[in-house]
Write a protein that binds this ligand. Structure first.
Ligand code: ATP
Ligand code: MG
Length: 329
């Protein structure tokens, strides 16, 4: 059975982009392979964050994973920081990834560009090192990601090649996998930038009031002309809304385009809002039940145990390969 690994950073409030990029696909993923889904809380520390917010965001991710259909009998849900193998793998792999390649990562360039140099943490720069460990510890075959994380998975592949060339077949080669529809949901107020939870701008948050969601969609930036057509270059706003609609309705972009043939922008937006609300409203109700019952706690505890078992096994293999003396064998 193939192993699948994917994570979300608790850096902010979950967005519709996170839902379309990851959460929506949970049911299919857990039926397809052995799934490891984690809350990347160590990664969330790479940018300044309030401790209470970090805790609340982590709980929310767990609850939204469960509300999206994660079945703890089928998939393993855990907090990155409760599996110490991640930090250990990081300490080892930082010696096999190089400054030059890390400084070329788009995420680092984007995020650090907005900061004063004296405030850029080493963790932000070394982010892909920690992430490479996250992936290889679970012998992951498939890493479902949005477009923004693809480059990091490619770098992990470079690391695996480098490491295996030197030490033999120690690490499993992972493959990034992207959705057909909704790889990169854009901001509703500026459709040239990604909807992103750590730098929210024109985001729809999964916890937004339903009325607010409708309002945000109805006032989304559109483009010149009046035709509802998928053309990301010339019609980024309309194309983004079409993508959201297609993802919510589980139809192709072509089918969505056909559905809106001859319709005006206003009517189009109304239907997009209906489609989003149809999915998000019941999701919010399930989320609330999970929060009230605190059922996520037991799931996270069991998940950490299961994840640790596999991660520690892989870590042993890695330590042995590089020559760290194993005295408990
Ligand atoms: P941050 O701003 O902290 O990077 P984010 O919203 O980009 O937050 P991540 O935690 O980086 O979220 O990513 C979680 C998952 O959601 C990843 O698989 C990522 O590729 C996916 N994802 C994030 N934003 C989008 C988006 N706008 N459209 C589609 N998928 C997305
Ligand atoms: Mg991101």
């Amino acid at each position: 059975m193939e192993k699948i690994l994917t994570g979300i950073k608790p850096t902010g409030k979950l967005t519709l982009g996170n839902y379309i990029g990851v959460l929506k696909n949970i049911r299919a993923l857990q039926d397809r392979g052995e799934c490891y889904l984690f809350i990347a809380d160590l990664h969330a520390l790479t940018l300044p964050i309030d401790p209470e917010e970090l805790r609340q965001n982590s709980i929310d991710i767990a609850a939204f994973y469960l509300a999206s259909g994660l079945d703890p009998k089928k998939a393993t849900l855990f907090l990155q920081s409760s599996v110490s193998a991640h930090a250990e793998a990081n300490a080892i792999f930082q010696n096999y990834l190089y400054m030059g390649e890390l400084s070329r990562m788009t995420q680092f360039k984007d995020k650090s560009a907005k900061m004063k140099e004296s405030a850029i943490g080493l963790g932000l720069f070394a982010y892909p090192v920690l992430m490479a460990g996250d992936i290889v510890l679970y012998d992951a075959d498939i890493v479902p990601v949005g477009e923004d994380q693809k480059q990091h998975v490619e770098l992990t592949r470079d690391l695996v090649n480098r490491f295996n060339n030197r030490y033999g077949e120690v690490l499993k080669m992972p493959k990034p996998e992207m959705n057909k529809v909704g790889r990169r949901i854009m901001s509703l107020s500026d459709p040239t930038v990604k909807m992103s939870k750590s730098d929210p701008k024109g985001d729809i948050f999964l916890k937004d009031d339903i009325k607010v969601i409708r309002k945000k969609i109805m006032s989304a930036v559109t483009d010149l002309g009046s035709e509802v057509k998928y053309d990301p270059e010339n019609k980024p706003g309309i194309s983004n809304l079409l993508t959201i609609y297609a993802a919510m309705k589980d139809v192709s972009i072509e089918e969505a385009e056909k559905h809106f043939e001859g319709k005006r922008y206003g009517e189009f937006k109304g239907e997009v809002a209906d489609a989003v609300i149809e999915v998000i409203e019941p999701l919010q109700q399930r989320y609330q039940q999970i929060i009230d019952s605190k059922s996520y706690l037991e799931v996270l505890k069991e998940g950490a145990q299961r994840a640790s078992q596999l991660a520690n096994k892989t870590l042993k293999r890695i330590k042995k390969a590089v020559g760290l003396l194993q005295i408990d064998e």
